[in-house]
Structures are given as C-alpha cells and as structure tokens.
Design a protein around this ligand. Structure first.
Ligand code: FAD
Length: 392
C-alpha cells in the first residue's frame, strides 16, 4: 500500500504542503482535510477594508488539487498512538505521518468583554471573510469626524506588520473620504515590525491622522464593552465610533486536542523536520507552529510547508532529512502605489529556527517614490504568484 500522509488545513501552509508532498513523491497517498469550500486570503484583505479591492480577489477554490485526496470535513481529534485522525462525521483516517496546519484561533477568553458576540460589533477582521466585510461596511457607514480605534495584541500573533498596514490603509480611506476623522492604535507592545518605515510614511502621508499609543503610554487594552464601543486600558478608557479589536491568538483548536500545543497555546517543533516536540509523527507548519524567529506570515507558511514536505517525504522512505534554509518576505501597503517590505532568512540553530545575521533587511528609510511604487507592484506580483502556486 502507498504510505498515507494526511494534511489538516487547506490554507497557505497545508495546501502548499500537500502539493509539495505529491510533487516530491507521486507514490505517497496524500490527503488534504479542509471543511471550507473556498479559501479567503488575509494578505491584501486590508485593501478590501479601504475599498481598494473586492473580496472576490481574495477568494480561491479547492477544485485544482489533482490527485491529492481532498476531504471536505473538519478534523476533530487525533489518536497519536493509533495514528488516526477523526473527522466531524465520525469517520477516521489513518496516517504514517500527519501534518497539522490549522492556522490560528482568536482567543475569546483572553480579553474581558471580547467574545464571539462582541466581534459582531467590534470586528477583529483577523480572519478574512465576513469579518472583513463587516469592518469595511462600518467604515463606509461612519460619519466624517469619527474615531476609529484599532487594538493590536502582544507578540506573537499572525502577521506582525498587519495591524500597521491596516492602520495605514484605513488612514488612506479616511484622508480621502472622511478627512475630519481620526485613527488611534492602542498597542500592547512598545515596538513593532517596520516601525521606522511606517512612522516616517505616516508623517509624510497622514500627518496628525494616526495616533499610536504604545504599551508604556497605556496602550494595552485590558477590557472592552461592546455595548458602548469602549476600550479600557491600564491608563483610562477610549470610546470609539468603530473599534477593530485584534485579540491575542493561539494555534487552531485541533492542535490543542492533538496534544501538540504547549501552555503558550502554540506548537513547538523541530526546526529541521517541523515534527512536534510533543507528539511523534505529527508535524506542524504555518501560523500554528512556533520555534524561533520566523514570523507568522503566508510567505513563511509556504516556505515551512515545503521544507516540512521534504522532511516528511524523506522520513517516510527512511532517509535522512536535509537541513532547510527558509526565506520570508512581508510586504505592506501604506497607500495605493506605496509599498514597504521586510525580509529574513532562517535556518536551524540550537533547536530553533534562527535568523541568519545580515541576510535580511527592510526597505530603505529614505527612498524616492519610484522605489515605494516598485515595492507596491512587487507585493501584487508576490500575491498573484503565491496564490497560483498554492491554489492552482
Ligand atoms: P490559515 O491561512 O489560517 O489556514 C488554516 C486553514 O486550516 C483554514 O483554511 C482552516 O479552515 C483550516 N482548518 C482549521 N482547523 C481545521 C480543522 N480542524 N480541520 C480541517 N481544517 C482546518 N502574510 C503574508 O505573508 N503577507 C501579507 O501581506 C499578509 N497580510 C496579512 C494581513 C492580515 C490582515 C492578516 C490577518 C494576515 C496577513 N498575513 C500575511 C498572514 C497570513 O494570512 C497567515 O500567516 C497565513 O494565512 C498562515 O497560513 P496557515 O495555513 O498557517 O493558516
């Protein structure tokens, strides 16, 4: 019989991994388990909020997976001893190796007042789809002169530059459509990704429009009241016309029930094979995994998935997996035609994925507008390339 590798989650990580496994070894039986009929991509979803893009451009079907077995079900439990995954219809499927790629769960237990019902009033929009449209529609309905508050969580979380790209594109919308409005970022951190580039661009493009309140100035939100759209911090409370609350996160639920998440909520992995530190023969890739300096991005998820697939293909055939080198690049749009980026290279060191010193970097702080324009175009190219590679 063909060795069976099961992949749970058809996002950037899981779909990439299933595809790479089949490409590496046609004789593997590869099964992809994903309950949704279509994937809604988060990269570029901030442009949807600002009315610069439709949600259709974010939507990808699962009809181009060739001879990968696609099962449209949710995985609900894993029996690590018997090496079987249970699905939500009660059936189960056996594996020699399992790859879990469930992405993140938003923690509705971490911020008093913020639960699933509150998210219908104070959207997180941290999973693309109805939440993105809800926040977009709130922005469109807000009168000029309104106050938008975005709260950003402490590290680690999905897409470190994401809240600041979002703030930029909301500011672009406000500047062009509702110029008397204001945007406040309440942050549970004192520093953020590409900070100097963002702040310089905000001074240039959106003077006086964005106020960033760091942790040390009372930026950490400790409680919310959806009824009055109030966000409480250690230093006082803020009333918003629109509140975009991005709560703390953890690995998707199946990782918790499979026993591969630790007390932090994330999944520690071996940096060469992405095999769980907690359960044998279960690998974790993408946002759910943690194991060093690599940020949680679609680019990372895709790179990790390919490295993991190579390791799994080797292990299944009892070969030694090779040491991987992984690249990440995160583009952010600050306005249409204004892009910036951060890149890094990572490799296994001391049991973690460590950044290779001097191999990465960010866009230059001082640059002519032609450079920002080029980076905005690269961002679009990257999105087109990765989504056609992953979803066909
Ligand atoms: P996901 O993409 O969340 O995929 C997980 C999949 O698993 C989902 O399809 C889900 O339905 C499925 N699943 C979950 N549980 C189960 C289960 N029990 N059984 C079966 N299936 C299950 N990254 C970039 O690189 N560049 C960007 O510009 C960028 N911009 C972003 C902007 C925003 C606003 C946000 C929120 C994120 C952004 N990201 C960006 C980050 C990127 O979206 C994530 O890092 C990426 O989606 C992670 O991929 P993943 O496959 O690990 O998780």
């Amino acid at each position: 019989a063909q060795p069976s590798v099961v992949v749970v989650g058809g996002g950037f990580a899981g779909a990439s991994c299933a595809r790479a496994l089949k490409q590496l070894d046609r004789d593997l039986a590869v099964t992809l388990i994903e309950p949704e009929t279509a994937y809604l991509a988060c990269p570029f979803s901030n442009a949807v909020l600002a009315g610069l893009r439709g949600i259709d451009a974010q939507t990808f079907g699962y009809d181009r997976f060739g001879d990968i077995g696609f099962i449209r079900k949710r995985a609900v439990a894993v029996d690590a001893e018997r090496r079987r995954v249970r699905l939500d219809d009660g059936t189960d499927i056996g594996y020699v190796r399992l790859v879990l790629a469930p992405g993140v769960d938003l923690r509705f237990d971490a911020l008093p007042g913020y639960d699933e019902a509150a998210a219908e009033i104070m959207p997180h929009a941290w999973k693309a789809g109805p939440q993105t449209l809800l926040l977009r529609d709130q922005l469109a309905a807000m009168p000029d002169g309104g106050v938008v508050i975005l709260s950003a969580p402490a590290n680690p979380f999905r897409c470190p530059p994401g809240p600041y790209e979002r703030a930029s594109l909301i500011a672009h919308y406000l500047k062009t459509s509702k110029p008397r409005s204001k945007l406040i970022i309440l942050d549970a951190k004192d520093a953020f990704s590409k900070q100097r580039l963002f702040e310089a661009a905000w001074r240039e493009l959106y003077p006086g429009l964005i106020e960033w309140v760091p942790l040390s100035s009372g930026g950490r939100v400790t409680e919310v009241d959806p009824a009055t759209r109030t966000l409480v911090t250690e230093f006082g409370s803020h009333k918003a016309d629109i509140a975009n609350v991005i709560p703390p996160q953890r690995a998707g639920r199946i990782a918790q029930s499979a026993g591969v998440a630790d007390q932090t909520g994330w999944c520690p992995i071996d940096p060469v094979t992405f095999e769980s530190r907690l359960q044998p023969a279960i690998h974790v890739v993408g946002d759910a995994a943690i194991g060093g300096a690599m940020p949680k991005s679609a680019f990372s998820a895709n790179a990790q998935a390919k490295a993991c697939a190579a390791a799994v293909a080797a292990l299944v055939r009892e070969r030694q997996p090779a040491q991987p080198k992984l690249i990440n690049t995160c583009y952010s749009l600050i306005a249409p035609g204004y892009g910036i980026s951060i890149a890094g290279v990572y490799q296994p060191r001391d049991g973690l994925l460590a950044e290779v010193e001097g191999a990465g970097g960010t866009s230059p702080l001082e640059a002519p507008s032609s450079v920002r324009e080029l980076e905005a175009a690269y961002a679009e190219d990257w999105f087109r390339t990765i989504t056609s590679e992953v979803f066909g």
